[in-house]
Design a protein around this ligand. Structure first.
Ligand SMILES: C[S@@+](CC[C@H](N)C(=O)[O-])C[C@H]1O[C@@H](n2cnc3c(N)ncnc32)[C@H](O)[C@@H]1O
Length: 270
């Protein structure tokens, strides 16, 4: 694969994007936001950037700021904005995150950089036909939800493109299971890793087998988490401690853009 150039101004662009995104309520940490921006700017593939699950726009703004700077086209932001988990739908059945989302992308100056789909991801993926460079999955965290997002859009991911799941190292059944079963165990994927709770991997349908050893090592430690989160229930006591111990054995770290790019073509030696 040709060497990927990291844009010289990327650190400054990520600083600026995070400055806008950090003010927005949400669950994305700074090192995760920087990874998203890095992937958007450096992924060596063309196509759309697709986000399932936007909530109030934290990751949308991060991605849109980077995309605007480098002319990467709009962020496709898909969310019905009616989450009963995140919104108080009991006291207000009409509760929505849509107004805050619109206000936040407007305030960040990226409203014209976002293609909004006020819909469930499967309603969009069913008729989706455009190639994708970066698939960012942060919607329904059940197994069925994460699997539907993955299956619905992955067939459109361009070779060398990247898929990433949020909350793969938090107590949710979907992201970690789909990442282990459909990504780490597939020879269609290459380099892979975790940054905070984000799991990411590059789609390498032609030579992903070269990364089999690396994916298998990651998969062995990550797979141990699946039984703990399978029923989606909160963990308590000893079970919680055992989950945390197993999670501490999954390698993860923040990555600087230059290091992330170098990971893409560095399979583990056998
Ligand atoms: C964890 S939040 C997303 C956080 C957001 N990415 C951020 O950076 O703040 C999950 C969102 O997924 C949305 N969601 C739930 N099911 C969905 C689905 N099937 N398709 C698209 N979005 C969905 C919810 O409405 C909610 O706003």
């Amino acid at each position: 694969m040709a060497t990927i150039e990291v844009p010289r101004d990327l650190d400054a662009v990520l600083d600026d994007a995070w400055d806008a995104a950090r003010k927005i309520p949400g669950y994305l940490m700074e090192n995760e936001a920087r990874l998203l921006g890095t992937i958007a700017a450096c992924v060596p593939a063309g196509g759309a950037i697709v986000e399932t699950g936007s909530f109030k726009g934290k990751s949308t703004v991060m991605l849109a700021k980077v995309a605007a700077h480098y002319g990467l086209g709009p962020i496709v932001a898909i969310d019905p904005h009616n989450s009963p988990i995140l919104l108080d739908c009991e006291s207000d059945p009409e509760a929505t995150s849509y107004k805050d989302f619109l206000r936040n992308i407007e305030a960040a100056g990226v409203a014209n950089q976002v293609e909004i789909h006020l819909a469930y991801s499967h309603q969009v993926s069913i008729s989706w036909s455009r190639p994708i460079r970066f698939l960012w999955i942060d919607g329904d965290h059940t197994y069925e939800g994460a699997k539907t997002d993955f299956d619905g859009f992955i067939k459109h991911l361009n070779p060398q493109g990247v898929v990433a799941f949020h909350d793969a190292l938090n107590v949710f059944p979907g992201p970690i299971r789909v990442f282990v079963e459909d990504v780490l165990r597939s020879d269609e994927f290459g380099a892979a890793g975790f940054v905070h709770s984000i799991a990411w991997s590059q789609f390498r349908p032609n030579d992903g087998g070269r990364f089999q050893k690396q994916r298998a090592a990651l998969g062995r430690s990550a797979a141990r988490l699946i039984p703990f989160v399978a029923d989606g229930e909160k963990l308590h006591g000893l079970t919680k401690l055992r989950y945390k111990l197993n999670r501490s054995r999954v390698p993860r770290s923040a990555v600087h853009p230059a290091d992330w790019v170098s990971l893409l073509d560095r399979p583990m030696q056998s």
